[in-house]
Structures are given as C-alpha cells and as structure tokens.
Design a binder for this molecule. Structure first.
Ligand code: 13P
Length: 252
C-alpha cells in the first residue's frame, strides 16, 4: 500500500432535508469507521452548519462550491472565510455538474481553487471527460488540459498542491450506474500521476491523493480500491445511504 492516506468524500449534491441529513449524520456517528481513512462529507450549503454541529469531529465537512473574493457585495455567494469561520475545512471545486450546467470554465475553477487554498481550505478538485471525448480517445488530453489550467494558477508550489485532492470523475459514469472498469480508472489515475510528476514534481505526484468518482457503491469499491493509483473515492448517490460506511471501510 502507498503512504497516501485513503480518502473518501461524500458529495450529497442538491439532496436531503433536515430530517434525512440528521439521519445520515446519526448513522455516521454510530459507525466504526476505518481510522486509516480520511472522511469528508459535503452537504448542500444550507445544511453545512447543521452537519458540522452534529457530526463527530473525526469526519470533516466540505462545501460544494465557494466564491473567490473576500466577504462583500456578492449576493448569493459564500466566502472561504465564512467556511473557515464555521469550521468547514474543505470545498469541492470544478465538479462537472458545475462545469457543464453552470458553465464554470477552467479559469474560474482555477481561480476559486487558488483563492480557497490561500484561505486555508482543502480542495477536492474534480476533472473528467464526457462519453464523446472518451470514445474519441481524448480522455487523457482532456484531464491533463484541466490540470494544466490548475497548474497555471498554482505553479509548482508543493505547499499549495498539498491542499489538493484530485477527483477523477468520468462524466459518463456519474449518476448513471455505469462505473468505469478498474482498468479504465487505473489507467487515467496513472496518467494523472505521471502528468503531476512531469509537470509539477515527483514529490507532489507521489503525495497527491487521486480519487475515483462515478457510480461508486459498496459492491464495486473493493476492487477499485486495490488499484495502485486509486487513493479513495468521491461518492455521490451512495453517500446518502448507509452503504457509504461500507465504502469508507472498503479495506476492512
Ligand atoms: P454518483 O456516485 O452518484 O455517480 O456521483 C458521483 C459524483 O459526481 C460525486 O461527486
């Protein structure tokens, strides 16, 4: 096993109610989670404080988005400072649902990532290709292009990269029940690590966690977790279910 600490994130997306989210928190609090796994859950912003107030401290809490400006006249946005003030220590950025549905460009995602890191947040930074791009053999070019935009913002600073967890989420596998094969996922993860080694540094490549996301469940997680370059998961639908605990505990 590598020295990278396995990481499992739960992205609730725009799901849940006070009642259902309290039940998820209760279930996590009562579960024995593998101590060797870093667990972070990302509820909708309305419920961030509810979750942080009730969830055991072993589990950290992430926003699903953040703005890249200091507090001020930005109606509808939440600042990195406000997240830190609320003990929300992570944010997801660059999720494909925001890139495609809301038109967030590589430049916007990079700017938000840089700003969040400078404010002390950890960033679960997402990348991934469409089905069309995969079928035309562009997967690695798409993902490394997204990484190149991030590098333009961060440079090769190891301290900045240490705040990043990369989540490879092929868009065709998100919410479709169509998980990437272990080989498909491992190949892209290895390509991402190779790109980091060439373009950032060997040390950053070795240290950076690369998560797989896209229809991960309690059945398919064990084989994926055995791949050399898969250091965890970003889980959508299954993070709303008790089976999330089995994904966290996939090595036990
Ligand atoms: P699903 O696990 O529901 O496919 O979602 C994956 C995802 O987008 C996590 O960010």
């Amino acid at each position: 096993m590598s020295s990278r600490k396995f990481f499992v994130g739960g992205n609730f997306k725009m799901n849940g109610t006070i009642k259902s989210i309290k039940a998820i928190v209760e279930n996590l609090n009562q579960s024995n989670l593998d101590q060797n796994v870093e667990v972070v859950v990302a509820p909708p912003s309305l419920y961030l404080l509810l979750v942080r107030d009730h969830l055991k401290p072993q589990i950290e809490v992430a926003a699903q988005n953040v703005y890249d400006q200091p507090d001020g006249a930005f109606t509808g946005e939440i600042s990195a400072h406000q997240l830190s003030d609320s003990n929300i220590t992570w944010t997801i950025l660059g999720h494909s649902e925001r890139r495609t549905l809301l038109g967030e460009s590589d430049a916007v995602v990079s700017s938000k990532t840089k700003y969040s890191i400078n404010q002390g947040l950890g960033v679960i930074w997402c990348c991934g290709e469409t089905l069309e791009q995969r079928e035309s053999n562009q997967t690695v070019a798409v993902v490394t292009g997204q990484l190149a935009a991030l590098k333009e913002a961060l440079g090769t600073d190891a301290a900045a990269w240490s705040k990043i967890v990369v989540a490879y989420e092929p868009i065709w596998a998100i919410g479709t029940g169509k998980v990437a094969t272990t080989e498909q996922a491992q190949d892209v993860h290895a390509a991402i690590r190779g790109w980091l080694k060439e373009n950032v540094s060997p040390a950053v490549a070795e240290a950076t966690r690369i998560l797989y996301g896209g229809s991960v469940n309690d059945k398919n997680c064990k084989d994926l977790a055995k791949q050399a370059d898969i250091d965890g998961f970003l889980v959508g639908g299954a993070s709303l279910k008790p089976a999330f605990v089995d994904i966290v505990n996939c090595h036990l």
